[in-house]
Design a binder for this molecule. Sequence first.
Ligand code: PLP
Length: 457
Amino acid sequence: MYYPPEPFRIKVTEPIRLIAGEEREARLVEAGYNVFQLRAEDIFIDLLTDSGTGAMSQEQWASLMRGDESYAGARSFQRLKAAVEDVFGFKYFVPAHQGRAAENILTAVLVKAGQYVPSNMHFDTTDANIRARGGRPVNLVIDEAFDPANLHPFKGNMDLGKLRAFIGKIGAANIPFGMMTVTNNAAGGQPVSMANLKAVAGLYHEYGIPFFIDAARYAENCYFIKLREKDYECKPVREIAREMFSYADGMCMSAKKDAIVNMGGLLCMNDEEIFENVKNELILREGFPTYGGLAGRDLDAMATGLYEGLDESYLAYRLAQTAYLGACINEAGIPTIQPIGGHAVYIDAHAVFPHIPNYEFPGVSLAVEMYREGAIRGSEIGSVMFGCLDPDTGIWHYPKLELLRLAIPRRTYTQSHMDYVVDSLAKIKDRADTIRGYKFTYAPELLRHFTARFEPL
Ligand SMILES: Cc1ncc(COP(=O)(O)O)c(C=O)c1O
């Protein structure tokens, strides 16, 4: 498997430390077997998330120094505004401190209790923000997304038949806006094709429903379009991105992913009335519309990062590094979602531990074993994150996939770090039949994977 040389060299290093096995055991007990509760310094390779964990470039560090901390109308805001207009092309935008803050503002302004918001698949914070307003998030991704072995090149696509039927059943008046998540994080970092996105936009618009993109990993999605979709192989990624956003009425974005900053978010739209309401809500919750909960230096680093995230040599390396990790894990006999997604490798925890049922959380078992074996941190994307009680029927629903996500921070780890992860997983596989499931000792109502506590069965 080819590992392309990183298109950068290392100028600053940050030490990482591998603590002893007994110490790791004690840390797991203290953390209630929830890896979110571990201290970062007790982790050797941290693949919990690719969100805000990337390495900033020399240009971004220089941008921090250029940051203008004026309360209103700062120079840094003007730089960000120019970059946002150039890259996305929407008429209006506000910064927010991160993706979920942008989602909070969007749902506060648009969602009323009892309304539905369809998407291919909502990410957990989007899901929770819609629910927090009394709304109902609905996932209408194609069925191939639920078959981990299926090699469909755009497994993030919306099922257009399901979407049409859904709008027909619920009625457009009960759908304040529709969404698409690019790439589809919840089902494996899988891309959406331009043809599908365009058709979804057309369908929403046919019914007068505004269309918003969750653009956290839009640049990775655009590079997949370049690699996999006919007629796009010769197009620059920046043009592909402009085309993608030209079909939408707005977007919300966690800039902690494809803008390669440690903190930041964006909310863009074309509708002036929505923009006026967004600004009022933003002032209440985030701050004045020219800083939106961020320091001037953060706005400046985001402006620089938006362009770096679209750099094609960076994107080629980025997707190849993820593909390398996935291919090596597969070679070790461990199944993952196929094809390998953009930012992460999603291990099929059910396949690794077929004897652990979903209500005993096989993804948690794998997360715990990764830490126990190699002080590696990944995150469960399964029944802890998405299992939910239907308020109408009182029945628990479990997601179709039980996954452990190994998300790769941008420009942070090298090939030998990836090889170490693969070796650790191979050792877990050898003792898989001795591993048990977990049960909750504490679980909050919303976003429970962050703070839940468990005990081994
Ligand atoms: C697709 C998607 N949308 C939204 C978010 C929320 O972004 P943030 O963590 O910046 O609040 C995430 C975070 O991982 C995400 O992956």
